[in-house]
Design a protein around this ligand. Sequence first.
Ligand code: GLY
Length: 355
Amino acid sequence: MVGSNSMSSLPGKMRRLSRNGRLFVMYDAQVYALHGKDVDRVLRGVGRVSSFVIPPGERSKSRTQLSRLQDFLLSERVTREDVVVAVGGGVISDLVGYAAATTLRGIDWVVIPTTLLSMVDAAIGGKTGINHGLGKNLIGTFWQPRLVWCDTRFLMTLPDRELISGLGEVLKYAGLIGGKITEKLEDFLCGGCNLEDGAVAKLVESCIRYKAGVVELDELDTGKRMVLNFGHTFGHAVETGAGHGRLRHGEALMVGLKAAVDLSQARFPGATGALTHYARLVESFQEMVPRRKLSLDRLRDALFLDKKRGKSGPNFILLQKPGKPIITTNVKLRDVKTSLRIALKRFELTGNLDG
Ligand code: GLY
């Protein structure tokens, strides 16, 4: 469900889900400070609420925080009749969803995403998990939430950079979906990303509808769901190249999308004007990414070490045109490097891509 100022309608829906009215509500600490009292009050309209606060940031996707959560649930004598509620961004839905999936062999859970990135991507599709010293999201499972409740009012208190980072994912969906969403996103950008006119709720709805359709076809991410990684092969490498935490996920994704669109144009030279139009939109968004120093050596390792994992190299998601993604490993190394160099022209670069 997507809406603005829609929290008051949540209890009615939750009452139908909750068998005994007992809720365990897990918050990101920053979200709790801003909205905890209001959300708790709304949820008390469903039944008994026990709240728990998790430190913000990626570091919370850890075994330590998972244990804290599970200790809390078990010491409060959680049952499979109860409902776990995750309130926050992608870190919270990943961690809390995993705790719900693995405690008592699975407890129903609901997500109330509070960031744009989690509304359009992280909270949708049931990916849950934590990080390991050897990499992100290496421990986890699929556990679908019973309900995702998006109230775009939460976006009003998001720091600008967090909102822009979320727009990186919306921009990805615009490429995957094609058609009108590109114009709507362009209007949103030209209007100064005004959160008050309801346009953002429509964008969020389009992204969720698309993602839900893809997840329905390939819940376990063995085929078609990979299209959701459009821009991510490059984006993750850019994130690593900039150094841990220096660029937000959605910011690195915008740079990754720029490289992916450029590579698409090299692969499909006769592509339609719609692809050129989308490429221009990506370029405008990319201007919002903060300039950072970036190590091409680290970026290259992140991109090409992936090669060792699959038989034929990393997967690239390319667009034949907006709305028509393909999954391929069949790209020329020279074109990959050229696309990256173009996408990275605003950055201060060290090292090289050829090493
Ligand atoms: N974020 C990509 C996926 O959920 O598959």
